[in-house]
Design a protein around this ligand. Structure first.
Ligand code: UTP
Length: 281
């Protein structure tokens, strides 16, 4: 595994996933599979590719399947040993062997900022990555998105959000940033608004579910008042952080699928199915 200045990744996975009801009534959204792999496993693999070996997962009620997925199933191992299907467990076995998984629960869904704050006990006083597993990112031409972000972190040592251009009429779905370009694809953030009406959006650069955060963000979240929809918004905390010091927005290379929506989920499924067909030709 490559060496990285960031060794921990936080996965806030406590949300209800209401857009996927009834599928998410008894099953975590993060366990929905794209082909045969659950969404959260794609996120963990992206973190590993970036040199991260500790996965800190924020769960909630009804999320036990995530813990079971990243653990050995002795009964299954016994059943499958020596069979033609044994290779299907190769990838997950490697992940379980190489990584440490830690968990804590968010008892009430008070927003992404609150979920990240709950991760403080798992992260401690270290810079860390955040992956929202329902944003599935892939870059076939080079480094994964977290790897790209860690390179920028190593240069600037501050919080970084991954952004992409979206049609202006869709800004109401995202946190949106404005800023000044300091190098190719890297901007210093001057403004940040959670889910703005398109007429009020400061740009069409939307934050997606990848962040690099420095540990002082925990104190900033504590100082941040509750925002849009009565939730503690990480976007509000990051704007405070930007005003105190520096936050960067990075236009990543690669594709991102919004697998928290049915439309994005189907697009990702088709994309990976076609990719698989090409690889197995
Ligand atoms: P979403 O906005 O996608 O919410 O959260 P959701 O509840 O998962 O899905 P819908 O909108 O009801 O269908 C973005 C990410 O933040 C996490 C979610 O698990 C998801 O990964 N999250 C959100 C928390 O962990 N806790 C919260 O209080 C809110």
């Amino acid at each position: 595994m490559k060496k990285s200045s960031i060794t921990k990744c936080l996965f806030p996975a406590a949300g209800y996933g209401t857009r996927f009801l009834p599928a998410t009534k008894a099953m975590p959204k993060e366990m929905l599979p794209i082909l045969t792999k659950p969404l959260i496993q794609y996120g963990v693999e992206e973190a590993m590719e970036a040199g991260i070996d500790t996965m800190a997962i924020i769960t909630g009620r009804g999320k036990r399947a995530i813990e079971d997925h990243f653990d050995i199933s002795y009964e299954l191992e016994h059943q499958i040993k020596g069979s033609s299907k044994e290779h299907l467990l190769d990838d997950i076995r490697k992940i379980i062997n190489k990584c440490t998984f830690t968990y804590t629960r968010q008892k009430e869904m008070k927003g992404l900022g609150d979920a990240i704050l709950k991760g403080e006990v798992l992260i401690g006083d270290n810079p860390f990555a955040v992956v929202l597993a329902d944003d599935l990112c892939v870059n076939l031409d080079g480094d994964g998105v977290l790897s790209q972000m860690i390179k920028i972190y190593e240069k600037y040592k501050c919080c970084i959000v991954a952004v992409m251009e979206v049609p202006k009429e869709e800004t109401y779905k995202y946190g949106v940033v404005a800023g000044n370009e300091i190098e190719d694809s890297v901007m210093m953030v001057t403004d940040m608004v959670e889910k703005p009406d398109p007429s009020k959006a400061p740009s069409n650069l939307a934050i997606i579910g990848r962040y690099i955060l420095t540990p002082d963000i925990f104190q900033t979240i504590r100082e941040t008042p509750v925002g849009k929809n009565g939730e503690l918004q990480i976007t509000d905390a990051l704007l405070r952080q930007a005003k105190k010091g520096m936050v960067l927005a990075y236009k990543f290379e690669g594709k991102r699928f919004d697998c928290g929506s049915v439309d994005g989920f189907v697009k990702a499924t088709n994309y990976f199915y076609e990719l698989d067909a090409i690889v197995n030709q």
